[in-house]
Design a protein around this ligand. Structure first.
Ligand code: 0WD
Length: 269
């Protein structure tokens, strides 16, 4: 019997097989979870690229898949109505979504447009609020909600720019939501992952530099693997973490604890 046998949940944010949500999903699947998935609506219905990519990954085991743009309340309502119909109640929800327009993401932060800021915050932060609000109605006590964040929300990471501001808001939001939903027996947590090559991260400036820094400066002297993030994510969503609430768990080879480079780090070489 797996850790998720008999458990049901919703996964938002698999874009392709490099997505962090996919790494977590594989662990959940292997532990027996029943899951439904959403993808960004395809602009051209004749060429449903997003749907096809997701279907290819989850076709053997999905309960259902649906398009969902988190900016659209009707999409969100439709997903939760379908989840209620198919599952009755759910045990977990994974939020693995972020976006900032490229012009705003590349910085500087003081030059970010008003519209770009609103859009980035809406998709990367408000979406967690809108999902939690709807999830409450169908989530069992003991349920678990997880979002994905990055160190750039706590400390300045050059190149992360407006997304760092969004992650700071997301981490605070996680705490407020954890406080509110805790009284209903629902846990909300965040996982702060080290850099992983995905569609989203390829848009972040200086990503390759960060990968090098993690392998030189982190206590483990290497980067984390998608599988490691997947396992920790599944753990936070599981009953094994039943006392963990409002936490931001770093899964980053320990990079976040360093205040100065280790003695063996080769700087500028
Ligand atoms: O190094 C990394 N890759 C890290 C990522 C380190 C630490 C944290 N993260 C975070 C990201 O900020 C994000 O919150 O993990 C989360 C997942 O990101 P990912 O797995 O790196 O990236 P990706 O595979 O691109 O998934 C993010 C997805 C979108 O993908 P694309 O590339 O198509 O924008 O978020 C979804 C979409 O599937 N998404 C939306 N979903 C619904 N409505 C929307 C939207 N409006 N916008 C983006």
């Amino acid at each position: 019997m797996g850790m998720f046998t008999g458990k049901k949940g919703l996964v938002f944010g698999i874009a392709n097989d490099h997505s962090i949500a996919w790494a977590i999903t594989q662990q959940l699947r292997d532990e027996g979870a029943e899951m439904a998935f959403t993808h960004l609506p395809d602009k051209d219905p004749e060429r449903p690229r997003m749907e096809r990519r997701l279907r290819k990954l989850v076709d053997d085991f999905d309960k259902f898949i649906m398009p969902c743009d988190v900016q659209n309340d009707d999409d969100l309502d439709a997903v939760f109505a379908k989840a209620k119909e198919e599952f009755g109640e759910i045990d977990f929800l994974l939020h693995s979504i972020a976006y900032a327009p490229m012009d705003d993401l590349k910085g500087p932060v003081h030059g970010v447009s008003r519209d770009g800021f609103k859009l980035s915050m809406e998709i990367s932060c408000y979406s967690l609020i809108s999902l939690c609000h709807r999830a409450r109605d169908i989530m069992k006590p003991g349920g678990s909600i997880l979002t994905l964040t990055y160190l750039g929300g706590e400390k300045v990471i050059p190149g992360y720019n407006v997304m760092g501001v969004c992650k700071a808001a997301l981490e605070s939001t996680t705490e407020y939501l954890a406080h509110e939903l805790g009284t209903e027996g629902i846990r909300v947590n965040a996982l702060s992952a080290g850099p992983l090559k995905t569609l989203s991260s390829s848009a972040v400036g200086e990503f390759d530099q960060m990968v090098k820094l993690y392998s030189a400066f982190s206590p483990l002297r290497r980067n984390v693997t998608p599988e490691e993030v997947g396992k920790a994510g599944a753990w936070l969503l599981s009953d094994m973490a039943s006392g963990v609430v409002g936490e931001t768990l770093h899964v980053d080879s320990g990079y976040h604890i360093m205040g100065a480079p280790p003695h063996d780090a080769k700087i500028g070489e």
